[in-house]
Ligand binder design. Sequence first.
Ligand SMILES: Nc1ncnc2c1ncn2[C@@H]1O[C@H](COP(=O)(O)OP(=O)(O)OP(=O)(O)O)[C@@H](O)[C@H]1O
Ligand SMILES: [Mg+2]
Length: 386
Amino acid sequence: MDAANEPGEGAARGALRVTALSASGFRNLAPLQLSPGPRFNVIHGDNGQGKSNLLEALYYLAALRSFRGAGNRDLIAEGAEQAQLRARISGPAAPHQHQLLLRRNGGRLLQLDGKRPRSLSAYYAALQMVIFHPGDMHMVSGPPELRRGYLDRILEQFDATFAATAQAYQKALRSRNRLLRAPSPNRGAIAAYDELLASAGAVIGQCRLRLLSEMAQGVVEAFRSVSGEGLSLSLRYAARVEPEVAALRAALSEQLPRDLARGYTGDGPHADDLVFELGRSAAKHYGSQGQHRAIVLALKVAELHELERRVGRVPILLLDDVSSELDRGRNQRLFSLLSELGGQVFLTTTHPEHIQLSHDRVDYRVQAGVVELKADQGRDRGPISG
Ligand SMILES: Nc1ncnc2c1ncn2[C@@H]1O[C@H](COP(=O)(O)OP(=O)(O)OP(=O)(O)O)[C@@H](O)[C@H]1O
Ligand SMILES: [Mg+2]
């Protein structure tokens, strides 16, 4: 075991940690074997070298999907038939071994501790990660579906029933919309979907509201810590219709003429939004780039706390290119906040000097897909020798 594996000062006892990672055939990464540090792992390199690919490999092990929305074909290295990822995760419970094989034909083989997991929920339950990546920047300024999707992904992780309800809702919504657009719409057939949409819709809206009420305070405080501004952030769930079965049922029935005219269902949780306000103005239109970044970071910090509360251990935090667009003061405040969180963090940067962390830090350099521990820090090497 190298020094990087000894929990450093300040390492939380209840934190999940990747203690070993190996990857082959993944994106542009040369076959690698790493023993990450227990706290901050700083991954630096120029543009296009493979920094985000390394975070993507880590995230895939937890979420079984790419945070960039890539399919298996994109994830497997050009010219390779399969990609393999393996990680040892330590935490308050016994360590777990995660193993994944992605095949070019779309096949995927999952193993948890050398066996096929009982269910996907059992796999997800073993490892939680929170990711911040540049695409998240659209979360404040982009369309509402990004914000709804963000809340739903968190809920799905813990609640297989929520995931099934959300799926049933989407399916019914698609069917109802199809009928609304038919040349001579059948009102009876359309209304037949209303009951399911009202009951599933109420569950979805209420789950989102509850999650948000649990996270809101944490978001507001984290925003204050990172931005250091007097301007206060507030957030609220903007429901088009109150998430109650009776209210949704009534809206669907009353708005049928409008829905028929437009060709889609206007009311329900698929039309709700999460609104951020800075002072009294909508952050979407009012906030600066740096403020949007601070809002998203605050959300992720609150998400981390929420997952910690629900599973009883600190998830692993992945930060892709977090420091750009934050000025020196905000960077400093961000890193002091991250130091307090106590979990394991992987972060990428083109400018390691922006990462204002003086201890508990292991530095890696990525160049043309080869990941190397910085020379003075130990034995990890990119390519597996021999
Ligand atoms: N399936 C693949 N096989 C081989 N190479 C790939 C594959 N997918 C992506 N790449 C290459 O991986 C390279 C690195 O991508 P990555 O997104 O990790 O860069 P990065 O270091 O994060 O850069 P930046 O600082 O610009 O964000 C790109 O040059 C891309 O062409
Ligand atoms: Mg990148």
